[in-house]
Design a protein around this ligand. Structure first.
Ligand SMILES: Cc1ncc(COP(=O)(O)O)c(C=O)c1O
Length: 379
């Protein structure tokens, strides 16, 4: 095998991506610095408009990060303490954290063992008279089967808050052929512009989107100290803003988002072709009706193989890997209750033991991909 030092394989290559758009990004940042409009500068409005067009959604409110986006979304829904919100057990902590923070009750549910996403059936089974909302998390870059999920939600009068932090750019196709972007199907969509996300800025950032006028204006107020007019506070809100510098970076990067998605899909295709025949792993299973934007390329490793040994072996060959996520939410100390313990969410628990994400980013070369495939084949 080749000398891996020359490969410089990384999980995410933000530097390589920056180099290609350096002039545009540097100019955009300089413009903000020269104007000193660091807060709510015109770049924020511009991004809000461009992003609404990209998503084809009526209202976009930018905010400080994806976790705030979820918190603000839930504040806008006027839920009462103890109201139940259904969330997947296998997700990033932020999804459930804000629910607990607002004194709502996160009700954890299993995910589909192949797509890693919740399903309409799983959701429906968990509904009780106290259920007020559900959070479909479009994990790793593909949408939950939203058409079915929305039917169940509508039938029971339940709010749908999509967590699309990992799936910006993903398209969902309805049975009548209508195509919608991830996050624009439920009542509210939330996303993150964390640097490594598919549309990442150079610090923290997030956004909330909706087609509902009342929710849109309420979300906008909540993100801005509960005010529409300066110093007149109608609601208890928060201070959560997207910095102008981050908006300036996003204005440049939004133009490349579809190209970035394509690059990720090409890496995934090459991995698929190279790894498909290996009996002890499962390549990512595609969700019906959704495109996959591959925020992560996540394998499932068979029990017959020691995943940690595989990770060590790959690391020695200069191939980083990550486990998203090592602990299911119900087993996290912060969410432990008397009600649930080990064994209560067998699918999520098994996934935590089995998943392995490979390097995935817009700058990967064919040489790097082939090297990774060969290394895995030789394990
Ligand atoms: C599924 C999911 N939800 C929410 C978040 C929170 O986003 P942020 O880190 O911007 O707060 C993330 C970020 O990693 C995420 O992956």
């Amino acid at each position: 095998m080749q000398d891996f030092n020359s490969m410089n394989i990384q999980m995410v290559d933000l530097k390589g991506q920056y180099e290609k758009i350096k002039n545009q990004v540097d100019n955009a940042i300089q413009e903000v610095v020269h104007s000193t409009a660091f807060i709510n500068g015109p770049q924020v409005n511009k991004f809000t408009e461009e992003f609404s067009k990209y998503l084809d959604v009526n209202y976009v409110v930018t905010c400080a990060n994806g976790t705030d986006a979820l918190q603000i979304a839930f504040m806008a829904l006027d839920l009462q303490p103890g109201d139940e919100v259904i969330v997947p057990c296998f997700t990033y902590v932020a999804t459930a954290e804000v629910i607990a923070l607002l004194k709502l009750k996160p009700v954890m549910v299993e995910v589909d063992p192949d797509t890693f996403n919740i399903t309409a059936e799983i959701f429906e089974k968990a509904i009780t008279p106290k259920t007020r909302a559900v959070v479909p998390v479009h994990l790793f870059g593909q949408c939950v089967d939203m058409e079915k999920l929305m039917l169940v939600a509508d039938k029971h009068g339940i709010f749908v808050v999509e967590d699309t932090a990992q799936a910006i750019g993903s398209d969902y196709t309805f049975s009548d052929g209508t195509v919608k972007k991830a996050g624009t199907i439920g009542h509210i969509g939330c996303t993150s512009f964390f640097p490594s996300k598919n549309l990442g800025c150079y610090g923290d950032g997030g956004a909330i989107y909706t087609n509902d006028l009342l929710l849109g204006s309420k979300i906008k107020k909540i993100a801005n100290h509960g005010q529409a007019k300066k110093y007149y506070h109608e609601l208890v809100g928060v201070n959560s803003r997207l910095d102008t510098i981050q908006a300036a970076v996003l204005n440049v990067k939004l133009k490349y988002l579809d190209e970035y998605v394509k690059a990720r899909q090409n890496v995934a295709k090459a991995y698929d072709e190279g790894l498909d025949k290996i009996s002890w792993l499962q390549i990512p299973v595609r969700q019906v009706n959704s495109t996959h934007v591959f925020h992560q390329y996540t394998l499932k490793i068979d029990k017959t193989v020691n995943r940690e040994q595989l990770r060590d072996y790959l690391e020695k060959k200069g191939i980083p890997t990550m486990v998203y996520y090592p602990v299911a939410l119900h087993l996290q100390q912060a969410f432990r209750t008397e009600e649930f313990g080990k064994g209560d969410y067998p699918v999520s628990e098994a996934l935590c033991e089995a998943v392995l994400s490979l390097p995935m980013h817009t700058e990967m070369s064919r040489e790097q991909i082939d090297y990774i495939i060969l290394a895995i084949k030789l394990f």
